[in-house]
Design a protein around this ligand. Structure first.
Ligand code: WQD
Length: 337
């Protein structure tokens, strides 16, 4: 298939390009490089045999979208382009709704003009909010706690309404749990622009000496060691879920959400210990109080994805930690090196 990948130069997008080209899909990236660098695509091209077309532009720009649709003529779109910092979303709600919701609207309008009827959407387990029960299945109530989470849920609802307008439209909504890890080449990985918000890249920067110590947010949660539990998913497994979702969307019209996680959960201390083992380095930690907006535990019921997409996570915690260490130690300044 011919697949347009918005936000294809980002962390998850870049790993997905490699899995798509490995399955002989033709790919084209639309990215504005607001949180990525063009160097990513040089590395993706060197790791894949397939050509990777690319356009630089904003996913809200209808003129650019029409241009890309006419030039590349995609059969399907994978829509990653968006903003993802939870804290920032509370400070800049209009920006988050504009990019995440407005970007999705602009893209769907352009797809309608071009007659493209298949989309895979980058959603988040954060749409569920405070757990009513765990593990979360896809029927769990949705009550996101942040502007970021609400923007993802609104986009899901728009995609669902769009998919109902014709019998041959398909929207697959992938609700990611906590993506971590890097490609086994150690040539692509996560490269946060500023101080990392997320646990794994922060630990990795402590390990290479870029940051002094990890601040552990909360040790009084109702969990075995008191720190937060999350369902961490290796980015290569996550990337493969998009390829499986494309195959599914070709055969199944309508909109459908899928949890993409491993079904297991690990604490902050588990992640630190795994990284110490993988890197052979001690990770200094400083205990702090809970981070506002955090919940104690998140865990996926990923059985729908297994049954209907034929997809299952294959990488374990050690693969996650060792691939991040290989990437971070080989590229201490990320793509800037
Ligand atoms: C994991 C655990 C923290 C940093 C967020 C978004 C979610 C998704 C992924 C998407 C928690 C603890 C963290 C640190 C710490 N975003 N922690 N010290 O909060 O589960 O999910 O990122 O695009 O929508 O909400 O992930 O990696 O920030 O935190 O102790 O410096 O690590 O409290 O228990 P989170 P995270």
């Amino acid at each position: 298939m011919r697949v347009l990948v918005t936000g294809g130069a980002g962390y998850i997008g870049s790993h997905t390009l490699l899995e798509l080209t490995a399955q002989a899909h033709a790919v084209c990236v639309l990215d504005d490089y607001s949180n990525a660098t063009p160097e990513v695509l040089n590395r993706v091209r060197s790791l894949s045999n397939g050509a990777v077309a690319d356009f630089t532009g904003d996913v809200r720009d209808p003129v650019m979208l029409d241009h890309v649709m006419q030039e590349f003529r995609p059969d399907a779109v994978i829509h990653f382009a968006g903003l993802k910092a939870v804290g920032e979303s509370q400070e800049k709600p209009l920006l988050y709704y504009d990019v995440n919701v407005g970007g999705t609207l602009a893209l769907l309008r352009a797809m309608d003009r071009a007659g493209c009827k298949t989309i895979i959407f980058s959603s988040s387990a954060t749409v569920y909010g405070e757990p009513v029960y765990l593990p979360y299945d896809e029927a769990h109530p949705t009550a996101p706690l942040s502007v970021y989470g609400r923007s993802k849920l609104m986009a899901e609802q728009i995609l669902t309404s769009w998919a109902a307008t014709a019998p041959d439209k398909a929207a697959v909504l992938l609700r990611y749990f906590n993506p971590v890890g890097a490609h086994n080449s150690a040539k692509i990985g996560e490269d946060p622009k500023d101080i990392p918000n997320n646990l794994m890249p922060y630990i990795a920067q402590v390990a290479v000496g870029k940051r002094d110590a990890l601040t552990v947010f909360g040790d009084d949660y109702d969990t075995p060691d008191g720190t937060g539990l999350r369902d961490y998913i290796h980015v290569v497994d996550l990337a493969r879920a998009h390829v499986a979702a494309l195959d599914y969307a070709v055969k199944n019209a309508g909109a459908r959400p899928f949890n993409i996680g491993t079904g297991q959960s690990y604490s902050v201390r588990d992640m630190v210990a795994a990284f110490e083992t993988a890197s052979g380095r001690k990770i200094k930690t400083v205990q702090a109080t809970r981070r506002s907006g955090d919940i104690a535990k998140m865990q996926a019921d990923a059985s729908r994805a297994a049954k209907e997409l034929g997809w299952k996570a294959e990488h374990d915690l050690n693969d996650m930690a060792s691939s991040v260490w290989a990437w971070q130690s080989g590229n201490p300044d990320g793509y800037g090196a």
